[in-house]
Design a protein around this ligand. Structure first.
Ligand code: GCU
Length: 678
């Protein structure tokens, strides 16, 4: 049965003619097996080509026939060394794939400087076969633009994943370190196929127990599974761990005992796991302890931990998602206010991990103003792959377009073209240490991600982590071909459906710059009326500020002045409703319901139009899916079909609840011809 377990690495037999064409280029496989990474590379190619071609190539030690695939490094293969390929610019992780002649035979070489580069190249070659590309004139050069390409698991050590919608956490701590679930290996394969090279195993709302000896043994076991695939493990640590598990009275970062404790802890971790990646920290945010508890700042806290990791080559990822106390003024401003003054104050092995937007993983946010504002500090992107605010498991929302939108946003920090992508890849400010993190949507569901289409978000994250300027559309097309079928009659409409899917969610949940109107705590379903809760800045009314006369959050110079956190040309643009992109209108402005939109419609009518359009788009997605279903297996077709029906029902719920609520404030009629809320 097709249960989605194989992700995009399905390796089902190609159509006869295609398989024959590929077989001509895959008669032999010449690859070393001297290192664990070479070994898993060989296994993957045999499995992949074997499945796709209905038979694996013959493994040979040297090229002796036409149509060989030669994989390795100049060090692992004399025949690759003999090709004198220019691998200099490829770095540690890059590779090339080229059609060459070896020992008089046409061959395909996959060459890299390091085994892991060859592994990535092997996955790329498999992708070419899976997506039906010709193999006769290959000339591919690839290298990652970002150094750390990391998943963040919000695992609570008890099989629960915070904001996880795909079953339990995949980490089965109770059975570790002895039982290594085969799923861990498949997880590593899937990540390596994208070039993901790090995994933070546990929740940023960290349990200090992860740093105790029994857990570190479990972490070591997982690191052992990941290692051949080029994936390092990292841990989220709790700032108060020296108190909770160390018996100290304080966690003050300037206290010598505390510093000593962390150094010893880092030594202990590295003695077990020599290639351990480092720590991730959420501090002084949403109740988490941190340096501010002791009158110190974020740099004091981060640097103390960075110093403990530094002798071992570890990195410290410090999160900028900070809001410790209620913000009566404007929560969107807090991260910038706390971190901007600290630019230049962090150790060289610290990365600041910044969420894409200034609030919290909303269906749409403008880019976080920290990007471009801290040139002396390497900033890491944090995207959320799990759909906390976009309908959990069932709603179909392809996030490639959302990631692309943020990455291609122009911060203007060094003039035009200073994109977020160039901030995080180090180009703009000359950083060597660079990275990106994605909050994983992975769990124990057979399909890993709670739905087959959610797999595309893991996939898109990985591809964009490798190259943040890739197009969301071409990534979606590859994913559809690898995951379902490469028949054009399926690929084209399904890619189109995916490309419009996130905009549909924005439309039916929070159009025109509205945000955080989801039900309190769980974040599922509409609750724009909700004014209760422990903190004002966790309630929807704080964000939409709607009343009889108008709607929106005034972040202009006469409001909260959050606009001033952007580079001057952008600040000026966002300060004026006439020049603010309408997708962000109510993010930056409080406007009368009668405000005239570019279309000539009133704001109210346009808002209703967006809600309605969102619902209609989901209806069209259902129609599309219904038309293409015959191209794929019944199991995955049926599941997506049912999920789309759920989505349509809930899109309508969002639309109707939102419109009815806003109407209860403004008393305005619906535009002519629009169906009233039910
Ligand atoms: C969101 C999310 C929390 C999470 C937090 C974070 O607020 O709802 O569950 O802990 O982000 O990123 O730290």
């Amino acid at each position: 049965a097709e249960d989605g377990y194989d992700l995009w690495l399905r390796y089902r037999p190609l159509p006869q003619a295609e398989a024959a064409a590929v077989r001509a280029h895959a008669a032999q496989l010449v690859i070393g097996g001297a290192s664990p990474t070479q070994e898993v590379t060989r296994q993957e190619l045999l499995r992949g080509l074997g499945g796709l071609l209905g038979g694996a190539p013959v493994v040979a030690s040297t090229v002796s026939a036409d149509g060989a695939i030669v994989v390795g490094t100049p060090a692992s293969s004399a025949q690759i060394a003999g090709l004198h390929l220019d691998l200099r610019a490829l770095g540690h992780d890059g590779y090339l794939i080229r059609s060459v002649v070896v020992a008089g035979h046409p061959a395909t070489v996959v060459a890299a400087n390091d085994d892991v580069g060859a592994l990535y190249g092997a996955f790329h070659l498999l992708r070419l076969v899976q997506t039906g590309q010709a193999l006769d004139k290959l000339d591919v050069r690839e290298w990652p633009r970002l150094k750390l390409r990391v998943l963040n698991h919000w695992d609570d050590l008890n099989r629960h994943t915070e904001r996880g919608y795909a079953g339990q956490s995949i980490w089965d701590w109770q059975k570790l370190p002895d039982w290594l679930d085969p799923r861990y290996t498949d997880y590593a394969r899937a990540n390596a196929s994208l070039g993901i090279n790090g995994t933070v195993l546990n929740n940023v709302n960290a349990n200090a127990a992860i740093l105790t000896a029994p857990y570190l043994e479990k972490v070591k076991a997982l690191a052992g599974v990941m290692r051949p695939y080029g994936i390092r493990v990292y841990l989220s640590v709790k700032f108060s761990a020296p108190i909770e598990i160390g018996g100290l009275k304080t966690a003050d970062p300037l206290d010598p005992q505390v510093q000593k404790w962390w150094r010893a802890k880092a030594d202990e971790v590295y003695a077990l796991i020599p290639d351990f990646g480092g720590f991730l920290v959420k501090a002084n945010s949403e109740g988490q302890p941190g340096p501010q508890d002791y009158g110190r700042n974020h740099a004091d806290g981060a640097n103390m931990l960075a110093d403990a990791l530094q002798p071992h080559g570890g990195v410290l990822m410090w999160r900028a998602f900070v809001y410790s106390q209620e913000n009566r003024d404007d929560r969107a401003k807090q991260a910038y206010a706390e971190f901007k003054p600290l630019d230049g104050k962090f150790r060289s092995n610290v990365l600041l991990q910044v969420k894409n937007g200034p609030i919290d993983f909303q269906p749409r946010e403008p880019f976080n103003p920290l990007f471009g504002a801290m040139p002396k500090t390497p900033l890491m992107m944090e995207f959320q792959i799990t759909k906390e605010y976009l309908g959990f498991a069932t709603h179909l929302a392809y996030l490639g377009t959302m990631f692309e939108e943020t990455l291609s946003s122009d911060t203007m920090s060094r003039g035009k073209g200073s994109t977020v992508a160039k901030v995080i890849d180090g180009q703009l400010d000359g950083h060597q240490l660079t990275g990106i993190a994605g909050v994983a949507n992975i769990g124990t569901d057979r399909d890993w991600c709670g739905s087959d289409f959610n797999q595309a978000n893991w996939y898109a994250f990985g591809r964009l982590a490798w190259n943040p300027t890739e197009s969301a559309r071409s990534i979606a097309a590859d994913w559809v071909r690898m995951t379902f079928t490469d028949e054009a009659a399926f690929v084209t409409p399904v890619v189109d459906m995916m490309m419009g899917s996130r905009e549909a969610v924005v439309d039916y949940m929070t159009p025109l710059g509205l945000h955080h109107l989801m039900g309190h705590g769980h974040h599922y379903g509409p609750a724009p009326w909700d004014a209760t809760g422990p903190r004002a800045d966790w309630t929807p009314v704080y964000y939409h500020r709607a009343d009889h006369d108008g709607i929106g959050f005034d972040r202009t110079s006469t409001g909260s002045n959050a606009v001033a956190q952007y580079a001057p040309p952008l600040a000026a643009k966002f300060n004026d409703p006439a020049t603010t992109p309408e997708v962000f209108l109510l993010w930056f402005h409080h406007l009368p319901w009668s405000y005239r939109m570019q279309s000539g419609q009133t704001l109210w009518n346009e808002l209703v139009m967006h809600y309605t359009r969102g619902v209609d788009t989901v209806g069209q997605m259902r129609d599309t899916w219904g038309r293409v279903g015959s191209h794929i297996d019944a199991e995955r077709y049926q599941k997506a079909s049912t999920f789309l029906a759920i989505q349509q029902k809930e899109a309508l719920w969002w639309r109707d609840a939102s419109i009815a609520y806003f109407q209860s404030l403004n008393g305005l009629p619906l535009p002519a011809g629009v169906a009233p809320p039910q």
